[in-house]
Write a protein that binds this ligand. Structure first.
Ligand SMILES: NC(=O)c1ccc[n+]([C@@H]2O[C@H](COP(=O)([O-])OP(=O)(O)OC[C@H]3O[C@@H](n4cnc5c(N)ncnc54)[C@H](O)[C@@H]3O)[C@@H](O)[C@H]2O)c1
Length: 254
């Protein structure tokens, strides 16, 4: 089975770092023209320039996924530049501030929901408008093991990531007969700058505890999520829609 994205156009949000960056690079290597979108516009443009310098087709776009107008402008820019949008990985996400529910703030709830759930909704809305018009598409949303199980002091994050799966299944139903597939990936503990931030924020002990609970006994690599995203986005997964794949070393199966 060969997975190729030759002549396809792919969008990755949160593409300046971690899982998003690894996936954007994988799409480029598989032949796609890639748009790297990130709230950190400079970093997205620098990473796109590296890909372009290596001979790939890539553009970096500044975009805060929490704002629908920015997301719509981003999709428009991709279509102007590359002519279409075949594949999108809605990956941008942030952590919540650790707090049990009675102590969590409305501001943190709105901040996390705004990026992790509304951000995915914004992206799907703009992407599906384009994909519906062109008559094809594949979307992969980034949920989490937090979309499948609860997490003490992480309610805002886990609620958003559960919500991503609801949006995924609903859109998959809507477009199942219109040549557009919508799936999700649920990463486990993947070592990225987000994990570094968690350590810096005093969560090292919690991460060490999680590591002990991973059946494979190790963290995942961003490239291992990218592999699942590329398969779900490709024609090799042509009969797969509305699904979430856990890529977590076996964490949630226990
Ligand atoms: N790393 C893990 O262990 C893990 C586990 C499960 C799920 N995830 C999910 O994977 C995704 C990527 O995480 P990561 O570990 O690569 O994180 P990361 O922090 O390395 O990268 C996230 C990227 O998203 C960008 N971003 C943040 N807010 C944004 C916004 N409003 N608009 C556009 N871009 C924005 C950041 O600038 C950054 O480049 C997230 O959705 C995260 O929740 C990660």
């Amino acid at each position: 089975m060969e997975i190729s994205f030759k002549d396809k156009v792919a969008l990755v949000t949160g593409a300046a770092s971690g899982i998003g960056l690894a996936t954007a690079k994988a799409f480029a290597r598989a032949g796609a023209a890639v748009a790297l979108a990130d709230i950190n516009a400079d970093a997205a443009r620098i990473e796109a320039t590296h890909l372009a310098d290596a001979g790939y087709r890539a553009v970096g776009i500044g975009c805060n996924v929490a704002h629908l107008d920015e997301v719509e402008a981003m999709v428009k820019e991709i279509v102007v530049r590359f002519g279409r949008l075949d594949v999108a990985f809605n990956n941008a996400g942030i952590q919540n501030k650790l707090a049990e529910t009675a102590d969590a703030t409305p501001e943190d709830f709105d901040r996390v929901m705004g990026v992790n759930l509304r951000g995915v909704w914004n992206c799907m809305k703009a992407e599906l408008t384009q994909m519906r018009a062109q008559g094809n598409g594949a979307i992969v949303n980034c949920s989490s093991l937090g979309g499948l199980v609860g997490g003490a002091q992480r309610g805002n994050y886990h609620a958003a990531k559960h919500g991503v799966l609801g949006l995924t299944k609903s859109a998959a139903l809507e477009y199942a007969q219109r040549n557009i597939r919508v799936n999700a990936v649920c990463p486990g503990l993947i070592w990225t700058p987000m994990a570094d931030q968690m350590v810096a924020g005093g969560q090292k002990e919690a991460l060490d505890g999680m590591l002990l609970a991973i059946p494979m006994g190790r963290h995942g690599k961003p490239e291992e999520i990218a592999n699942a995203v590329l398969w779900l986005s490709s024609d090799a997964a042509s009969y797969v829609t509305g699904q979430s794949i856990s890529v977590d070393g076996g964490f949630v199966m226990r």
